[in-house]
Structure formats: structure tokens, C-alpha cells
Design a protein around this ligand. Structure first.
Ligand SMILES: [Zn+2]
Length: 385
């Protein structure tokens, strides 16, 4: 490196050489509900193809997320909502093969990156869509889904969530263990983000392939039920998996989280007015409420510096080593972003911060995507053929 090269230029050159993979973004909701064309530049999302290129991101796992409030925790409507999202991601590659490639393996991602294409991948957030039927795991695998977390914020009969009371005592039941074994057999990564502590330990015990957290942080730094304890981080590393650090300030910074909680109590009546007053329903009601919160958070809460993201990366590295950390932004699923990480286009700012902290280009290449590729290859290799 030349003495006059700034860390930012260096970060860009690391991005150009690395294969960068983000484990979690909710962008497909906006594709379905608002018709966002993310093959071009979009003003209303955190992520699109243009800004993926600007930010040096080669591959994105799109979250297939069923909102229980509007679609239930199982049944035809939940299945329909999940399937529609899967098809919307597949349609990116079908309609714009000049930009996107549907990727289901590590080799697909490497090929896409080498060929200048963006890789679109699928991850299922919440097992509602399998509707308590083991064969539906195979259905989603066949459609390209390569990771699944059993729950979102509502516990299921077969797995507990970190987001409700039932989850505290609910682990995996017999069916839940069968689901994990079926994922191992097929070669679908086992994701613990959102599950309860009890379910986490049951998943680690049951899975014979590496366990991942697609978008979770460290509880030692930010006490949120859905963040991971130090013991959990170490257990994930012991399976060979990784923790993908999430960019939501509420999971990054204890003070921001506390201030948001008290602001939320104040805003609650107005949030309902905003959505109901416009006669909105279903996901449009939620999107309107989220945008209202986003605007007020930006006005009233001091932004969290992107250094907090690097702090969580540091913590995982201290506990488990640089082979066991990755990135799971949760872009388009979060109502606030860290300063300097307002969209995927700003990802090189994080790389610059990691380089400034002494990580080598090799380390950063692992964090940006090398670790994900390794775990995908191992998961593929362990699948029954
Ligand atoms: Zn999530």
C-alpha cells in the first residue's frame, strides 16, 4: 500500500478482491408490496443492484419473512406469502440475467462474482411456512432456500422464540429435531437468529452441520434477548459456523436501545393513528408504521456510530476467532441504521474501520464473505447425496 492511500481507498480495493456476501436483508418485502424494481436504483430501500455494486457487495441472502400478524403462523396464507417472496427473488434472475444470478451454492456465488453478476440467495426467516410438514423443508430447498431459522418473534409448537413468553421454556420437540436433521440431510444451513435460548442449545446439540446466526449480535455488549451470550458464540464456532453481525442500533448499542424503548412508549398511540388514519391494512399498515418510526428515530435519537458494528465483530473474534464472524445487515428490515452505514453503498466504511483496527486484508476478506463460502461448502459436503 502506498503511503498516500487512504483507508477508504484501501477498503474499496479489498472489496474488489473479496467475494462479499451479506446474510440477511428484507428487501423482497418492498419488491412484493410496493413493486420496487431493485435491479435499478431505488430511493425507498436500503439495498438495490446499483448500490450493491457501489458498496462492493457480490451476494445477498434475501430473507423470506412471513408476518404472523397478517398471514398467521402456518396454513395456506403463510405458505402463499412465503412462496410469493421466493418467486420474487427467482424472478430477479429470470427477468434480469444481465444483473442477477440465482445462487444456491458457494461455487455459484464465486462464479457470479467472477462474471460480474450479483448473486441472489434465499433464506427462510421463521418456520411458519413449512406449516408443520417435514416435506415442506424439501420444497423450499428445491426452490433454492439455503438457510432457515425456525422462528421469528412468535414461538411455534416445535420451536421457541426469543420474542415471547412461551419461548423461555420451549426448546425443540421431536418434530423440531426432525426438521433440523432434514435440513442437515438436504444441505440447508441451520440458523439460530430469533430462537429462544433453550431452542438454541437444542439446535446446537441436534445439528451435525455448522450452525449459523444469520443476523445476531453479542449480548455481553447489548442486552437484547435475541443477541447471543458469549457461551453461545463459542458454541456456534465449535460447530464450525459463524455469527453474522446485524446493523440495527437496538442490537448494537445499549443506550440507543433504552432511549428507543422510552420513545416507543410515547409514540405508540401515534403509530396506530398513522396507519389507521390512512386506511391502510396488512403489510402496508406495517410499512407505514415503520416509516413513521424511522423518521422520528432519526429526529430524536442520536445515531449510533458504525464503530459499534466493529465492536461486535471484535467481540466475536475475541471469543471465537476471525473464522467465525460475518455480516447480516438486516437492511430493509430495520427502522434505523448506524451513522456511515445508511445503505449497502456505504459498506466500505465498515471495511475501512476494520482495517483501521488492525485486521489484515485477509481477515477482512473472511469477514466479508470468505467464512460464509467456507460454511456453505461444508454444509453442501455433509448433505446426503
Ligand atoms: Zn430478523
Amino acid at each position: 500500500m502506498h503511503a498516500d492511500e487512504t483507508p477508504k481507498q484501501d477498503a474499496l480495493s479489498v472489496h474488489r478482491r473479496a467475494v462479499a456476501v451479506d446474510m440477511h436483508a428484507d428487501t423482497v418485502q418492498f419488491v412484493i408490496d410496493e413493486g420496487a424494481d431493485i435491479s435499478g436504483r431505488v430511493e425507498t430501500t436500503h439495498l438495490d443492484a446499483v448500490r450493491m455494486r457501489e458498496g462492493g457487495l457480490d451476494a445477498q441472502f434475501f430473507s423470506i419473512w412471513v408476518e404472523p400478524e397478517y398471514f398467521g403462523t402456518g396454513g395456506e396464507r403463510a405458505i402463499g406469502r412465503a412462496d410469493a417472496q421466493v418467486e420474487a427473488v427467482r424472478a430477479l434472475a429470470e427477468n434480469r440475467p444481465d444483473i442477477w444470478t440465482l445462487a444456491t451454492t458457494a461455487a455459484d456465488i464465486r462464479r457470479a462474482a467472477a462474471g460480474g453478476k450479483l448473486a441472489a440467495l434465499l433464506g427462510l426467516e421463521g418456520g411458519y411456512a413449512i406449516d408443520e410438514k417435514i416435506e415442506r423443508v424439501g420444497h423450499y430447498f428445491a426452490r433454492g432456500v439455503r438457510y432457515m431459522t425456525p422462528t421469528w418473534t412468535h414461538s411455534l409448537s416445535w420451536a421457541g422464540s426469543s420474542g415471547d413468553e412461551e419461548g423461555r421454556t420451549r426448546g425443540l420437540d421431536g418434530f423440531g429435531r426432525r426438521v433440523i436433521r432434514e435440513m442437515n440431510r438436504l444441505g440447508m444451513m441451520v440458523d439460530v437468529s430469533h430462537v429462544s435460548d433453550k431452542t438454541f442449545w437444542d439446535m446446537v446439540e441436534t445439528s451435525t452441520s455448522p450452525v449459523i446466526a444469520s443476523h445476531s449480535n453479542c449480548r455481553a455488549l447489548t442486552n437484547a434477548p435475541r443477541n447471543l451470550t458469549d457461551e453461545m458464540v463459542a458454541a456456534i464456532a465449535a460447530t464450525g459456523g459463524f455469527v453474522s453481525v446485524v446493523f440495527y442500533p437496538g442490537f448494537l448499542d445499549q443506550n440507543w436501545r433504552a432511549r428507543r424503548d422510552s420513545l416507543d412508549r410515547e409514540l405508540e398511540p401515534r403509530v396506530r393513528e398513522v396507519a389507521l388514519g390512512r386506511g391502510l391494512s396488512g403489510p402496508h399498515e406495517r410499512i407505514a408504521a415503520d416509516r413513521f418510526r424511522e423518521r422520528v428515530y432519526a429526529e430524536r435519537l442520536e445515531a449510533v456510530p458504525l464503530a459499534r458494528v466493529a465492536d461486535h465483530v471484535d467481540r466475536v473474534v475475541e471469543l471465537a476467532g476471525v473464522e467465525h464472524v460475518a455480516l447480516g445487515s438486516d437492511f430493509d428490515g430495520i427502522t434505523a441504521t448506524p451513522e456511515g452505514l445508511s445503505s449497502v453503498a456505504e459498506l466500505p466504511n465498515l471495511t475501512a474501520e476494520l482495517l483501521r483496527r488492525g485486521y489484515t486484508a485477509d481477515d477482512v476478506t473472511k469477514i466479508l464473505g470468505g467464512n460464509v463460502l467456507r460454511v456453505m461448502e461444508e454444509t453442501e459436503g455433509r448433505a446426503a447425496r
